[in-house]
Design a protein around this ligand. Structure first.
Ligand SMILES: *Cc1c(COP(=O)(O)O)cnc(C)c1O
Length: 407
């Protein structure tokens, strides 16, 4: 995808618009597969919540990728995309027993992350195989906002509760077929991840009928040139070795599962927004774009960095800009960032806009959610239309105040 391709997309589909490069998604998928090529049975389940467009799900599934889902609705989207139920793992937290039962009906693999529901579910459906999500109490990354494996986290069953867990499994006679962990979003230190894996292996030894071990995700991708990222190849080498040893001890070949979201789609995505206004104040030059945290909330929500390029004037002289949105809230995308000289009307491309970008968009300020385009085989394909005024009205019930009388 060249700048010219992106500009043509902004022209044809207007701005703001999300663009995803299919080739980059395939590249990441194959990179992860290759890193674990020594594993007999590796399954990659794409975390739908990162980017849930059905065409993206279909595309990943066409390469052999399964899905990791966190709601019954994501399971339904996966089925709609043609993914087989057996290739869908359902890893919710804090959902009702009823929702889990709905997903059992749909045929996806259930993963339970708390003892209360585990006990209720086991008592009612002892025949349904269940995976258990443990919390190894290891802080994988430096960012507490996105780490979910540490001691105070609401995610997973504490490994310290293993005796209680085992008692529930025994009393209900339920069938545990997998053990799962998902420690957080940023694996920076492979040794830390391997330590968490040891805890998973330890937990796994307690169960006789396992068919898979699910190591979740947490692969860090680079956000800018020179940024740190998870060394997938090193992880592949070390974990493969350890996993094989474990299977030998366990007495059976198990499936190794990963659930990457960000790793597969983050870098494939670009968000294109047009500059409405350049506003010079005494200390800052603001570039105001036709977007805001209603479309891309990560910079404001997580403090994430997204590279921003002026694709209308890529060779222009570098100047400092604060890139802000048009929402009536502070919605700063970037503070005093060096960007090629911007003129009103220019198109800015935000990098790493594939994961947790469109999927976290809202209608705040009654703005439409943007269109989405898949760049596939050298051509742009619309995979979601921009919303219209009708979408804002849909489901609103306009009551007739005149006809309502008080008793
Ligand atoms: C969100 C999530 C993932 C994906 O995390 P990434 O950081 O996007 O790779 C995987 N597994 C579970 C259970 C999740 O909730």
């Amino acid at each position: 995808m060249t700048n010219q391709d992106l500009l043509a997309i902004a022209k044809e589909f207007e701005s703001p618009v999300y663009v995803y490069d299919a080739e980059k998604i395939a590249f990441q998928y194959n990179r992860l597969k290759n890193a674990f090529s020594e594993i007999e049975d590796l399954r990659i389940h794409y975390a739908v919540k990162a980017l849930s467009n059905i065409s993206i799900l279909k595309y990943l599934n066409s390469m052999g990728c399964g899905l990791d889902t966190v709601s019954v609705q994501e399971v339904m989207l996966g089925l709609k995309a043609g993914v087989a139920p057996k290739d869908i793992i359902y890893t919710p937290n804090g959902v009702s027993l009823e929702e889990i039962e709905e997903v059992v009906e749909l045929g996806a693999q259930i993963n339970i992350d708390n003892l209360s529901i585990l006990e209720q579910f086991g008592a009612k459906h002892p025949e349904v195989p269940v995976c258990i999500r443990i919390n190894p109490h290891i802080l994988a990354g430096g960012n507490a906002k996105i780490s979910v494996g540490h001691v105070d986290s609401k995610f997973g069953i504490s490994i310290h509760q293993m005796p209680l867990l085992l008692r529930i499994v025994e009393n209900t006679g339920m069938n545990i077929n997998g053990i799962h962990m998902h420690t957080g979003s940023d694996i920076l230190d492979i040794e830390v991840f391997l330590r968490a894996s040891e805890i998973l292996f330890d937990a796994a030894k307690n169960f006789k009928n396992l068919s898979f071990l699910d190591f979740g995700s947490g692969f860090k991708v680079p956000y800018t040139a020179g940024d740190i990222e998870t060394d997938i190849e090193e992880l592949g080498e070390k974990l493969t070795h350890r996993f094989k040893d474990f299977c030998k001890d366990y007495g059976r070949e198990l499936t190794l599962v990963f659930e990457p979201g960000k790793f597969l789609v983050s870098e494939a995505g670009k968000f294109l927004a047009r500059v409405n206004v350049i506003k010079q104040t005494t200390s800052t030059v603001f570039a105001g774009v036709d977007s805001g945290f209603n479309h891309l909330i990560r910079p404001m929500f997580y403090g994430s960095h997204h590279d921003i390029h002026n694709i209308s004037n890529p060779e222009g002289k570098q100047r400092f800009y604060s890139v802000v949105g048009y929402i009536c809230e502070t919605d700063t995308f970037a503070n005093n960032r060096r960007i090629a000289e911007i003129t009103e009307g220019d198109v800015l491309a935000f990098s790493n806009a594939g994961a947790y970008s469109f999927s976290m968009a809202s209608n705040f300020n009654s703005r439409y959610r943007p269109a989405e385009v898949l760049w596939y085989n050298g051509k742009a394909h619309l995979i979601r239309e921009r919303e219209t005024f009708e979408d804002l009205l849909r489901h609103q019930v306009v009551i007739d105040l005149e006809t309502i009388t008080s008793e």
